[in-house]
Each structure stands twice: as structure tokens, then as C-alpha cells.
Design a protein around this ligand. Structure first.
Ligand SMILES: NC(=O)c1ccc[n+]([C@@H]2O[C@H](COP(=O)([O-])OP(=O)(O)OC[C@H]3O[C@@H](n4cnc5c(N)ncnc54)[C@H](O)[C@@H]3O)[C@@H](O)[C@H]2O)c1
Length: 410
């Protein structure tokens, strides 16, 4: 069994979030990194002395010893970098959102197919263990058919430090582009993939942030099953407070959120410095990632997901799922439910590995990512035009997906 040799393009906050998962896998070898910032490359080199570093995506793509790239550059570069990688014969994982327009996503799909490389649209919470276990339970039919899905998230996403491009919707900024994919991917995975339409409203009510920090959306599947998703990123109330074990698991505690909001209002916040502090080698890197690496599930960015079936409601619990059925309430520990987020984040790397090395099917391919992007874009269009938007690029969850994952039992 040989290791898959990965090059990371864009070693920022999102990139750093996946590094511990890569470090923990024998089947993955991180062999190169590319970034525009020399200090970031120097830190990367210090941490991975065997790896090569490049000041551009192109030079990394020209490295013959790289099998696949992990693209974690700002959203506006995803299409350019994915197409560049495909042209150099590299397999690809692209961070969410896959692109900022459907036309770009279609060009990425076309390039991957033309050059015969695998492209995985990744890094959404649909890959997390409770959601995958919940999908297996729904698919088993044990509690009848799926009737409704509801996901709510309250996060401090709008208070986290941002670069100027992140404060521009045209470049993929704001909650619908950046956080929408977590909930949309999850809804699509749980409901079978084929959404029919979207009606949404988007909110932007913090003067210091010229991007939407809120959405509510009503999604309907082809078979009539409804789903609602909502995300409020303004950070007054955070979802972690909903569970007894979650109080200290938010990225910022309440005092920090108060201080950050105050500094933003006073115009005294140095966001560039703060963002650098949570990137690789930064003073707060470990503290920041500790909150996203814990073993217990808390309603963080993706939120609380509740699936209603004919004879049960099912939702995430600390290490698995709560099943509320005709016999009462059961807290079911699921396989992998005690693993840290680091281990759970291996899922997409494993999917890529199996696809590239063993020729297994790639489930979250470019067409899957494009379908999720279509919904995020439709949410924004629906809000602008105040009408329901019909969808045209949806694809089903492939047959056989996650067949090895045990079906949770009450
Ligand atoms: N899945 C998640 O949970 C998650 C979390 C955070 C970020 N992300 C995603 O990661 C991506 C980046 O966001 P971020 O918060 O990490 O931003 P960031 O600014 O911290 O990281 C981007 C990095 O890319 C580098 N870069 C910019 N232009 C480049 C270029 N042309 N070539 C090479 N490198 C370049 C920057 O110097 C920076 O280090 C976004 O798509 C975002 O949605 C995902």
C-alpha cells in the first residue's frame, strides 16, 4: 500500500484545520505546500522539513512527486487552482464552497473529467460521523420514511478575523457561501441529494461587516420532503450552549465575543494580525483549533440537525445519536463517535485515497459539489428576488455510499 502524496495550496486557517488529520494517517504523505506569504512557507517548512515549498500554485502543480492537491486558497481562486491542478494531472480536494459561480464549477468538473483526475468537493460537516450514521439509519427504513429535516446553527462566525476578500460577497464572502455548504451538503446527503427548489431570506445587519451573516431557507426535495436550514453567525447566542457539555466549546467565550464586538464598533480591531495568529505557527493556532478538535459533538458551525421519520425523531448526541421513538429516548453511541474531530476529518482523505489508489467510486465528486453550490447560490437569488428558485443541477447520493458504516441500533 503506497501513501498518497499531497500538496497543500493555501496554508491558511482552513488548510491548517486539516493538517492534523493528514499527520495522523499513514496513507497520506504531505510532500509540498504553496502559499503567497513567505512567513507561512517558513513555518510550514519548519513543521514539515521533508516537504517542498512553493510561492505559487503553478509551481506546486509542476512538482512531479505530488499526486493530489488540497486547495484551501480564498474562494475566488478555487476554480483557477483546481483547473491548473487538473491540467497537471493532479487529483483534487477543493474546500467549500467549490467555486463562486456555477459556470466556474462546471469548468472545474469538465477539466477534471477531461484530464482523468478525481476531484472531491470537500470539507463540509456532511462528512462527520454522526451525520453519516444518521444517513445510514434513515436509509435502513427501520423507522419508516424520512418526513422532514431541520438544521439550526448559531455561531460566532461573523466575529472571527477576516481578510478583505472575505468581506466581499462577489469573492465568496458571507454566511451563505461559506457556511451554507455545511448544512446544504448535510441536508442533501440525508435526504438523498435531489432537491427541487429553494426559498430563502438572507440577513445582513452588522454595520462593521458588509456581508450577510444570516440566512433562513426552506428547501423541498423532489419527493416533497421539506427541509429548513438556518444559520445566525452574529455570535450573541452560540449553539454550543444548547448542550450541558458545550458551554466552553465555542471558539470564543462570551467575554471574548463582547470584547471583539466592542473593538469592531470602536474600529480598533487589528484583524490581519488576529488572522495570522490563528494560521499555522501563530500564537493562537493551538487554542483556536482546540475548540474544533474535541471528541464530543457540540452544535458548532453546522448546528443541530433533527431528522423526523414516520416513527422517530433522530438528532446528534455527545458521542452518537439520540433516537426518540415509540419506546422512549435512546442515546446510541456510534462507531467512531468518541473519536476526535481530527480523526473524523480523515473521512474525505480516505475517500480520495480509496478512489485514487484502489479505483473505488468517489462519492463527493465535482457534480455533487456543484449541486450543493447551486443551492447556496439559489438561496441568495431567492432572497434578492423574493421568490422560489427551481434547481436544475441536483444529483442523487450514489448507490452504495458508506455501505461499510454500521447502521446504528437503539
Ligand atoms: N471547511 C472548513 O471548516 C473551513 C474552515 C476555514 C476555511 N475554509 C475554507 O478555506 C478557504 C480559505 O479560507 P481561510 O479562512 O483558510 O483563509 P486564509 O486567508 O487563512 O487562507 C488562505 C491562504 O491562501 C493563501 N493564498 C491566497 N492567495 C493565494 C494564491 N493565489 N496562491 C497560493 N496561496 C494563496 C493565503 O496567503 C492564505 O495563507 C476558503 O475556501 C474557506 O471556505 C474551510
Amino acid at each position: 500500500m503506497r501513501a498518497l502524496r499531497i500538496g497543500m495550496i493555501g496554508i491558511g486557517v482552513g488548510g491548517a484545520e486539516i493538517l492534523p488529520a493528514m499527520d495522523s494517517m499513514e496513507s497520506i504523505e504531505l510532500v509540498a505546500g504553496a502559499d503567497l506569504v513567505p512567513a507561512t512557507l517558513a513555518t510550514f517548512r519548519a513543521r514539515y522539513p521533508e516537504a517542498r515549498t512553493y510561492p505559487s500554485a503553478r509551481e506546486l502543480c509542476e512538482d512531479a512527486d505530488v499526486d493530489a492537491v488540497w486547495i484551501a486558497t480564498p474562494n475566488r481562486f478555487h476554480a483557477e487552482h483546481a483547473i491548473l491542478a487538473a491540467e497537471h494531472g493532479k487529483h483534487i480536494v477543493v474546500e467549500k464552497p467549490m467555486a463562486t459561480t456555477l459556470a466556474d464549477a462546471a469548468r472545474m468538473v469538465e477539466a477534471a473529467e477531461r484530464h482523468g483526475v478525481k476531484m472531491l468537493a470537500g470539507h463540509t460537516r456532511a462528512f462527520t460521523t454522526p451525520i453519516r450514521a444518521l444517513r445510514r439509519l434513515i436509509e435502513s427504513g427501520r423507522y419508516g420514511g424520512l418526513r422532514a429535516l431541520n438544521i439550526w446553527s448559531y455561531s460566532d462566525w461573523m466575529l472571527r478575523p477576516r481578510t478583505p476578500d472575505e468581506l466581499d460577497v462577489a469573492q465568496g464572502g458571507g454566511i451563505p457561501f461559506r457556511q451554507g455548504p455545511h448544512q446544504v451538503d448535510t441536508v442533501r446527503l440525508l435526504g438523498g441529494g435531489m432537491l427541487r427548489s429553494v426559498r430563502a431570506q438572507v440577513g445582513q445587519w452588522m454595520p462593521e461587516r458588509p456581508i450577510p451573516g444570516y440566512y433562513s431557507a426552506f428547501l423541498e426535495f423532489e419527493n416533497g420532503v421539506p427541509a429548513t436550514i438556518a444559520h445566525n453567525g452574529y455570535g450573541y447566542f452560540v449553539g454550543a450552549e444548547l448542550v450541558p457539555w458545550g458551554a466552553d466549546k465555542a471558539i470564543y467565550d462570551v467575554d471574548r465575543r463582547v470584547a471583539i464586538r466592542g473593538a469592531m464598533r470602536a474600529g480598533t480591531r487589528d484583524e490581519a494580525r488576529e488572522k495570522q495568529e490563528i494560521r499555522i505557527g501563530g500564537d493562537r493556532e493551538k487554542e483556536y483549533f482546540a475548540s474544533v478538535s474535541q471528541a464530543a459533538w457540540v452544535p458548532e458551525d453546522m448546528g443541530l440537525a433533527i431528522a423526523s421519520l414516520d416513527r422517530a425523531d433522530v438528532r446528534q448526541s455527545r458521542h452518537g445519536l439520540f433516537i426518540h421513538d415509540d419506546a422512549g429516548k435512546h442515546d446510541i453511541e456510534i462507531a467512531g463517535g468518541r473519536e476526535t474531530a481530527v480523526v473524523q476529518r480523515r473521512a474525505e482523505l480516505e475517500e480520495l485515497y480509496r478512489a485514487v489508489v484502489h479505483g473505488a467510486p468517489l462519492w463527493h465528486d465535482g457534480r455533487w459539489g456543484m449541486a450543493t453550490l447551486e443551492v447556496c447560490l439559489a438561496m441568495m437569488q431567492s432572497a434578492r428576488e423574493r421568490r422560489e428558485i427551481m434547481l436544475a443541477h441536483q444529483v442523487p447520493v450514489p448507490a452504495g455510499y458508506d455501505a461499510d458504516m454500521p447502521i446504528p441500533k437503539a
